[in-house]
Write a protein that binds this ligand. Structure first.
Ligand code: SF4
Length: 361
């Protein structure tokens, strides 16, 4: 938000008590900017951007000590017509593989067991580095050079997912059996208006390829409902794609106009009532599918990395399967940070419940 000049101007005018405004581009300059405010007694509105730089060494406050987020790249070059990110976060910039490896090794030394590699489109990783390291290669480097037990990543743009990446995912057991692949719409016509650069058929083909090498993979997605110009037919295409793929989970969003994006100017915005009705139908469909998929775990034994006590019930532990299913379970001893087998005896739409069977490691 604070990378957008019109927002910065508004804050400057309306909120005289605000002394300092800066965006994520300048996060590494916080000490210097604070000093300017405190020492100089001036208001600082820093909107300068250094799009080609990646600042290393910024201190990170970690939440939790089992799982950590590791940014591998910043920015985005895709310009989906509904999204403000490329305008405010700038072009894609990849961190150097050696810096990422060093961070993962440090995390392992601190006892972290699982990481999620982050980027707006991790499949573009390395394009700006000028060497042969792409995202598949980065995953291989991490698997071969660090003792991390579990690796997840997000987000993968469907147009950029490579055969090499699919192969590496199947090759290394550390890479979790899970893929978040945002489809946004099941209609090729709408995907074109969204500037997504893939068709419904190409998306389905990618899913087929991924499942061919990894049949049990857990698939999740993002879907926008009510994108400008979405017809009943376009929406039916989304429903039928959801039926066909059977995602483990879908993050569904009602389209919201973002000033500064091409789609905000599209004249054919969908009426609110229609959007709401479509959203409810999609949600009901996905809930049914998620529940059906989870039902298959009833009575099964699953492997869970325990993250600690459940926040909602301190008599239970909580953790995730490799497929990212949340499992709440009872255990006679503290198994935080351990990988355990849990026998599932109750199934919910968004989580599984059970009891400890065995400690694996
Ligand atoms: S939706 Fe994702 S890929 Fe598209 S422009 Fe935004 S950040 Fe980039």
């Amino acid at each position: 938000m604070t990378e957008q000049p019109h927002i910065v101007e508004e804050i400057k005018k309306k909120y005289k008590n605000v002394d300092l405004v800066f965006g994520t581009h300048n996060l590494h300059r916080l000490p210097e900017l604070l000093y300017r405010v405190i020492d100089g007694g001036v208001r600082v509105y820093e909107t300068s951007r250094t799009d080609n730089e990646v600042a290393e060494g910024v201190p990170v406050k970690r939440c939790g000590n089992i799982h950590a987020w590791v940014t591998v790249m910043y920015g985005c070059d895709n310009y989906c017509t509904y999204c403000i990110v490329p305008y405010v976060r700038g072009h894609e910039r990849s961190r150097r593989p050696e810096d990422i490896l060093a961070e993962v090794k440090t995390l392992c030394g601190l006892g972290y067991k699982e990481i999620t590699l982050l980027g707006q489109n991790v499949n573009s990783y390395g394009k700006d580095l000028g060497d042969a390291t792409d995202f598949a290669e980065l995953l291989r480097l991490i698997c071969e050079n660090t003792p991390i037990s579990r690796i997840r990543f997000m987000t993968s743009h469907p147009k950029d997912i490579s055969d090499r990446l699919i192969a590496v995912m199947a090759e290394f057991p550390q890479i979790c059996n899970q893929l978040h692949l945002p489809v946004q719409s099941g209609s090729t016509e709408l995907l074109k208006r969204m500037n997504r650069h893939y068709t419904r058929e190409q998306y389905l083909e990618t899913v087929k390829k991924v499942r061919a090498v990894n049949p049990g993979i857990s698939l999740t997605t993002d879907i926008i409902v009510g994108f400008p110009g979405e017809t009943d037919e376009n929406f039916e295409d989304t429903l039928s794609l959801v039926e066909e793929v059977r995602f483990d989970q879908a993050y569904t969003f009602i389209y919201s106009r973002r000033e500064g994006t091409p789609a905000a100017k599209y004249p054919d915005q969908v009426p609110e009532e229609t959007v709401k009705e479509r959203f409810d139908r999609l949600l009901a469909l996905q809930n049914r599918i998620s529940r059906e998929i989870n039902d298959r775990f009833d009575g099964e034994v699953v492997e869970v990395l325990c993250e600690g006590l459940s926040k909602t019930n301190i008599e239970r532990y909580t953790g995730r399967t490799e497929g990212n299913k949340i499992v709440n379970f009872t255990s006679p001893e503290n198994v935080t940070g351990r990988t355990v087998k849990v026998k599932i005896d109750n199934v919910q739409t968004w989580s599984l419940e059970g009891s400890l069977l065995e400690i694996i490691s």
